[in-house]
Design a protein. Structure first.
Length: 474
């Protein structure tokens, strides 16, 4: 039998899963942390997505799991709609989670009729919420046996109780433990969970115990394989070390040019998207050089306030921050009418940059990029142009546009349109001039997601580019 369903995981479901399993890895539960990772936002626990998919099977009775294989191909995002495809027989089921033709998760389950008595494991009021930051060399020779504890009783939630009745509590708790183990312990904070293989097996453990070990010496760039045993199951868990979240910048990392400070003293600068990455560097750079900076953010309120307070503690009070949705005319117009006209504009506003689907141009994704990199940008420069003031605009683009990067077609096409808008504007004789810079990759969350493994420049070195921009416009 073949069936398909719409599939979506909510933020509330992610938070509940974290409380039950104890997997509080910040990539799942911390919005500010996850904004600085390669994903740009919180992602769903892989095991939660798999459990929610398994719950769609049409099995009406309790079944004994003989084997399960799960592959996490790509991260699943919160509140994003996917398609779930299920093909099941009386002995097995194949499950695929897809979006726009791309495969995100695949499961293969073998089972037979079973009969389970419901079991409750020990519940503790508060599980440890801070994941371990492991080093590669520390993962060799790890082996532990521990008591299984949960943060919330399984019977307190209809979804988890139903899964326990359908597949057995030991199978369910094995998957819950696997999520906590990878996300919090091995590899811990910087983990990337890629797959699980479960088989039926006998062991000498007590029903409320589990044992885990690292399979072999771990080498950089190689998968980390963890053996896990619990109840009548054993599992092999595969993961990698993922890139760490991009660290926030300090004021001391930016060298101040005393001559440039004389030029920028009391100049008015608008910085769109200035709470992280290159935008954060620009915000600090212009504040440290004496300019009056009006910086916008959208989702990064905590980061914007951190930058503001950091600069104040450093002796600089020339920064003002505003929450602005550049896709909203009302929000954008309110900001532009509330602050002094600029002599500089730097545009870094961006959605999360995602890979293109294989052999498929996503027009919805392209339209989103176009709304940011072209339409919003165009509205800003046309508004300032009407005031007839001298203004220089920094429009950052990317060298990826010259590399025919097939993995990000929509992104590159939208950036080309943004560059062209600047070029056409400059040919019209306005006092406002746009300077396009095709930048080499810097160590930002966005560039890491586009081209991991490239030779990436240190974030603080972007100040050199800003110095060049100021020389170019004088």
């Amino acid at each position: 039998m073949k069936t398909s369903y719409e599939f979506l995981v909510t933020s509330a479901e992610v938070d509940l899963f974290a409380d039950i399993s104890g997997d509080y890895n910040p990539i799942h539960v911390d919005s500010e942390y996850s904004r600085r990772t390669i994903y740009g936002q919180r992602i769903v626990h892989g095991v939660l997505s798999a459990l929610k998919a398994l719950n769609q099977l049409s099995l009406l009775e309790a079944y004994e799991v003989k084997s399960l294989k799960i592959v996490f191909n790509q991260p699943v995002y919160i509140d994003v709609l996917y398609e779930l495809f299920i093909e099941e027989t009386v002995i097995d089921a194949r499950i695929h989670l897809k979006k726009d033709g791309d495969l995100y998760i695949s499961c293969f389950l073998e089972y037979s009729e079973g009969n389970y008595s419901y079991v409750e494991y020990k519940v503790v009021n508060s599980l440890e919420r801070v994941p371990i930051v492991q080093k590669i060399e520390s993962l060799d020779f790890i082996e532990h046996t521990e008591k299984l504890v949960l943060g919330i009783g399984l019977s307190s939630n209809f979804f988890y109780k139903g899964l326990g009745l359908k597949f057995g509590c030991q199978f369910l708790s094995l998957l819950l433990v696997s999520s906590r183990l990878i996300g919090m312990v091995v590899p811990g904070k910087n983990s990337l969970f890629t797959g699980i293989r479960v088989v039926g097996a006998s062991n000498s453990l007590r029903p409320d115990e589990y044992c885990y070990s690292v399979d072999k010496m771990v080498l950089p760039g190689r998968p980390i394989q963890v053996n896990l045993s619990h109840g009548c199951f054993s599992a092999k868990l595969n993961s990698f070390f993922r890139p760490e979240a991009i660290s926030s910048l300090s004021n001391n990392a930016i060298l101040v040019n005393s001559k440039l400070r004389e030029v920028l003293e009391n100049e008015t600068v608008w910085i769109f998207g200035g709470s992280k990455g290159l935008g954060e560097v620009a915000t600090r750079f212009y504040c440290l050089h004496g300019a009056r900076v009006f910086m916008t953010y959208y989702r990064g309120e905590a980061e914007a306030n951190r930058i503001l307070n950091d600069l104040i503690s450093f002796g600089y009070s020339s920064l003002s921050i505003f929450q602005v949705d550049v896709l909203s005319d009302d929000s954008l117009n309110f900001f532009m009418s509330s602050v002094p006209l600029p002599s500089r504009i730097l545009f870094f506003s961006s959605p999360v940059i995602k890979k293109s689907a294989k052999g498929y141009f996503n027009f919805d994704l392209y339209q989103l990029y176009l709304d940011y990199y072209a339409m919003s940008f165009y509205k800003i420069i046309k508004s300032v142009e009407k005031a007839n003031v001298d203004c220089s605009v920094f429009y950052p683009s990317t060298v990826f546009l010259t590399r025919e990067l097939g993995t990000h077609m929509e992104y590159c096409e939208a950036k080309r349109i943004g560059e062209r808008i600047g070029e056409l504007h400059n040919s019209g004789g306005s006092k406002l001039k746009v300077v396009n810079y095709r930048l080499e990759p810097f160590m930002t969350d966005q560039n890491n997601s586009i081209l991991a493994g490239e030779d990436i420049q240190n974030l603080a070195d972007f100040a050199v580019i800003l110095n060049k921009f100021e020389k170019d416009i004088i």
